[in-house]
Structure formats: structure tokens, C-alpha cells
Design a protein. Structure first.
Length: 553
């Protein structure tokens, strides 16, 4: 059912007011009749009906408490007491029924049910979630109009009050998508659940068959049905997230580089987690002599969810540090050797996989392909689950083998559960490596604080997948890493030296390469001058890249 608009709410309030007024008039008249009868029959006073009506009104409005007082007959006193209580009750009844809704309507904003202005080339989002929030940040940074279609009135109201363009409509209805002006939109993003997404896709193709429809799926097996419904692009972010987390596990075991971001054939970027017993732990960036001994360019470093670019020479490397480096393959390989454990053989220890949903199964498949043995712990008893139990309870984690484990991978859907499980795992085995999934970006830092070594957010992966599909003039190169790497035009910076742009100091991003006439230039000094047709390859956090994009607007 579509959302309730302000006109209908106003009509409800008017009907309620009319009913209340009619009941009030009837009660006053009834009391006036009783009072007049009592005064004549019980008190022996010859009063007019108008006088009796006046006494009742004075009593109800508290402007006079019985101008005929005192009354001699007890039944008259009882009648006056009942009238007093009725008047007070009607006043308190009027507050929640009439006045409070009126005040609430006056101080709150009601979300519209259709767009006030005509839009074109905008993005329609069904519906708001942590995943689409990342996409919205990307759209805002690139000055792309968007509108959220939300059927829940309370959620639509909150979004409207937060400043988001939203309409309170059902995206599964023809009227809802027409109200969002689908026929002139750039794209429709469908990100609710697998079944609802299919319904919205079918409706969208009925309203405007030529508009690009992008859908996400939780169950990869349903991707085919989204395509049959008419989706132009179907994304599986949970599958990519699982593969990425598994790559972090296997990269710690394998001596070979994996999951690198290739800029050119001989120039790459890599995120390299520092293992707990690496010889880098406890050293500062300056003391580590990474640049001198490996030849890489150290672009930044993550530490417990915070990114520093460039890393300060006095920054101390610990077991939660993830280094972002650029260089040739052999240079990155030398740095990887330094980040790895110096005490354990590469294949030592067991991996515990906690959570066996879509993300967990994707992790398990990669681990199996790489020959990594693992134990699955899940709350549900299903095939391939080795230990059934609650991962927040120490006895279940102990049963899964935490005491001798090398790595714990947390693929749980609830961030609060991930945080507690991280605390439990770290307490039971201080030396274990913890790789975790986060559902929402704002919880990444908390999971790091709980003791995780590497955290990747589903919202980040999903948002980047959506952004690179919708934003045509920019390519997101790194979908599944903590940092974002984009290739984007930079005509506004044409003629400037790289030093003059102050990109790093203003945004925390680093220009790692420039694509010019088909070639990629990676040897960029401060005197390098940007040309109008150049494409800049920029690396940084999602927030930093968005700030960089705003500079180009």
C-alpha cells in the first residue's frame, strides 16, 4: 500500500475534530437538561434552560464552578461532581486526539508522495540501506540527482527530515515508480530483498522498459531470475565480500602476492596486513626502513579502522596495521615477506569459519580451492557445519578449536554479534588472526577496537559495485579493498602541476598514475603537469575520494 499523504492525514484530523465536537455538544445538552430538571424538582428553583446551559458550560470550561452553589439536595451535588469530572476528562481526551496531532503536524515534515520538480538523468533508489548510503555519498560528490522510494511512512519521514529527497510510495506499484519519474531516470537501483527486488524489476519494465535497472541479490542462485525479470545488471556483493575475506586468509598463508590492484603491467597497488609476529610489529614507519629495503612507495596505512596518508614516520606498526603500498610486483613481494609471520610455517594452524550464510559459503569455497583446512561454526545445524552453537559463548568457540587456531574468519550478519565474538576469540587466543565482515561502515572501527586484525564492510563493497555501474564517467578499480581506487577525468586541473593541486593535503588521496593517450604514467613527481585529456588514477578512502571528486566539480 502506498504511503499516506498529508491531505489524507489532514482529513483524518478534521473528521476526528467533527466527531469530538458533536459528542461534546450532545453531552453538554444532556447535562443541561439534567441540571435544569434537578434545579426545578430537587432545589425548587425556577430557572430557565438557558441558565442551566450556562452553568454547564461554565463548569466544563472551568470559568465558573457553579454560580447557583450551594446546592441543598445531595443528588444535585452528585450531579455537579460528575459534571466536573466529565469536563476535566473531555479536556484530557482532547489533548491526544486533537491538539497533540496538530502540534506534531506543525513541527514535523511529512514526506511527499511525488517529486515537486521535474528531474532527468537522476537515480532512483529502492530503498534506503547502509549499502545504498555509500552509493548516495558517491552520487552527492558527483552532483548526480537521486530520489529514494520508501513505502514505510516512518522511515520516509526520517529520511525526509534528514534532507534526503524521498517519496513515500510503494516501489512495487506502477504509481510509485511513475511518481519517481522513472521514464526520465538514468537508472533504477533495486536493493530490498530478493523477492521484492524481482517484483520491482517487473513493475519497472512495465513503466519504462528502456531505463537501466540494477539489482542486488543475496542468494546467487536467484541471479538468473532477476535477469529473466528484466534486470540489466545483477550484482552479488556478498559473494565478492566472501571471496575478498578469504583472500586475506590465504594471502597470510601463501608467500605469493594475491588480490592486488593492477594499474599497469608492471605497477600495482596492494593492501598488506601486518601479521602479529612479523618483525615489523613494534617499529615505527621510519625505523622499519620499508622504502629503502623494498623500494615500494608507501601510500598509507590503516590502523584499527583509521587511515593515515601519508603515514607519519613516527607511526608505530602493530598487528592491526594494514599497509597500502604501490610498486612493481617484485617490490611488493619483498614488502609482503616482511609483513608475514617469522615464527610459524605458512601452513601451520587451523582456520575457523564462523557463520555459514552466503558470505560464509563463498569464503569456504575459496579456502577449499586453496587447500586451506577449516572448521565451520554456525548457530544452525546444516550440511558442512562442524560445530553447532552460539559463537558468542566461549565453550562453543573452544569446541571449534580456537586454542590452536591460526585464523578466525567472522562472516556473521549482525555487527553486534561480530563484536562480541571478536572479544571472545581474542580473549581465548590472543595470538589468533581475526578477519571479520561488517554489515555497516560505522561499525568497522568498533570491530577493530574489539580486537579484529582486518575488517571489510559489506556496505562498502556493495556501494562501490553500485557506483561503478551507475556513474559512467568514473571507474572504480578496487571494489573489495579497504581503500578505493578510481580512474576519473581531471580536465579542471589541466595545466596545473601535481604539487600545486595539493590533492593529498586536501583529501588524503594519492594520485598513483595518470593515463595519457593510452599509456599509464606512474613516475609522477611534484613538477608533473596535468593535461586536459588526462585520466587520473587516485587512491584513498571512500570519503577522501568523494572529497577529491568534489574538487573536480
Amino acid at each position: 500500500m502506498d504511503g499516506i499523504d498529508s491531505t489524507e492525514l489532514g482529513n483524518r484530523w478534521q473528521r476526528r475534530t467533527i466527531y469530538y465536537a458533536l459528542v461534546l455538544v450532545l453531552i453538554i445538552i444532556a447535562y443541561a437538561v439534567l441540571y435544569h430538571t434537578g434545579m426545578v424538582a430537587l432545589e425548587g428553583e425556577d430557572v430557565t434552560f438557558l441558565h442551566s446551559l450556562q452553568v454547564v458550560v461554565e463548569t466544563f470550561t472551568t470559568t465558573g464552578y457553579g454560580s447557583d452553589a450551594p446546592w441543598d439536595h445531595p443528588w444535585m451535588n452528585v450531579l455537579v461532581i460528575v459534571m466536573d469530572l466529565t469536563g476535566v476528562g473531555l479536556i484530557f481526551l482532547a489533548l491526544p486526539l486533537l491538539l497533540f496531532p496538530l502540534f506534531e503536524e506543525a513541527i514535523s515534515t511529512t514526506p511527499p508522495v511525488e517529486l515537486e520538480n521535474d528531474l532527468a538523468d537522476h537515480v532512483i533508489i529502492c530503498a534506503f540501506s547502509p549499502r545504498t548510503e555509500v552509493l548516495i555519498n558517491e552520487l552527492v560528490a558527483r552532483d548526480v540527482d537521486y530520489v529514494i522510494v520508501e513505502s514505510d511512512t516512518d522511515r520516509a519521514t526520517r529520511l525526509h527530515e534528514d534532507g534526503h529527497p524521498v517519496i513515500n510510495r510503494n516501489a512495487e506499484s506502477v504509481e510509485g515508480l511513475r511518481a519517481a519519474q522513472l521514464s526520465t531516470a538514468r537508472a533504477l537501483i533495486v536493493d530490498v530483498d530478493d523477492e521484492t527486488n524481482t517484483s520491482i524489476i517487473l513493475t519497472a519494465k512495465e513503466v519504462a522498459g528502456n531505463v537501466q535497472v540494477i539489482s542486488t541479490v543475496e542468494d546467487p542462485e536467484r541471479e538468473h531470475y532477476h535477469q529473466l525479470a528484466g534486470a540489466d545488471t545483477v550484482l552479488t556483493p556478498r559473494l565478492l565480500l566472501g571471496q575478498s575475506l578469504a583472500a586475506k586468509v590465504t594471502s597470510g598463508i601463501s608467500a605469493e602476492l594475491s588480490n592486488v590492484i593492477e594499474i599497469t603491467e608492471d605497477f600495482e597497488l596492494a593492501e598488506l596486513p601486518v601479521q602479529r609476529d612479523s618483525d615489523l610489529v613494534g617499529r615505527t614507519i621510519a625505523d622499519s626502513r620499508i622504502r629503502e629495503q623494498t623500494g615500494v612507495n608507501l601510500l598509507g596505512a590503516w590502523s584499527r579502522g583509521w587511515f593515515e596518508s601519508p603515514p607519519s614516520p613516527t607511526m608505530t606498526i602493530d598487528e592491526s596495521t594494514v599497509l597500502l603500498a604501490a610498486g612493481r610486483e617484485e617490490q611488493l613481494q619483498r614488502l609482503k615477506e616482511r609483513t608475514r609471520s617469522t615464527l610459524r610455517p605458512p601452513t601451520a594452524g587451523e582456520t575457523i569459519l564462523v557463520g555459514y550464510g552466503e558470505t560464509g559459503r563463498a569464503i569456504g569455497e575459496v579456502l577449499h580451492e586453496r587447500g586451506v583446512t577449516y572448521t565451520v561454526l554456525d548457530a544452525l545445524d546444516m550440511p558442512d557445519v562442524d560445530v553447532v552453537g552460539d559463537a558468542t559463548k566461549p565453550e562453543n568457540v573452544l569446541e571449534a578449536g580456537i586454542s590452536n587456531a591460526r585464523t578466525v574468519v567472522l562472516a556473521l550478519p549482525e555487527d553486534a554479534t561480530t563484536e562480541v565474538t571478536t572479544l571472545v576469540s581474542r580473549d581465548l587466543n590472543p595470538a589468533v588472526e581475526i578477519v571479520a565482515r561488517a554489515e555497516q561502515m560505522e561499525n568497522v572501527t568498533k570491530i577493530y577496537r574489539a580486537g579484529a586484525d582486518y575488517v571489510l564492510s559489506l556496505a562498502t563493497v556493495s556501494g562501490r559495485m553500485l557506483a561503478t555501474t551507475v556513474i559512467e564517467d568514473e571507474e572504480v578499480i578496487s571494489l573489495n579493498t579497504q581503500i578505493e581506487v578510481v580512474r576519473t577525468p581531471a580536465s579542471r586541473l589541466a595545466g596545473q602541476r601535481l604539487e600545486d593541486t595539493r590533492i593529498r593535503s586536501r583529501t588524503g588521496c594519492t594520485v598513483v598514475g595518470v593515463e595519457r593517450t593510452g599509456d599509464v604514467i606512474t613516475d609522477l613527481g611534484p613538477e608533473f603537469r596535468i593535461e586536459a585529456d588526462d585520466l587520473l588514477i587516485v587512491a584513498g578512502t571512500d570519503e577522501g575520494v568523494n572529497q577529491f571528486t568534489e574538487i573536480l566539480e
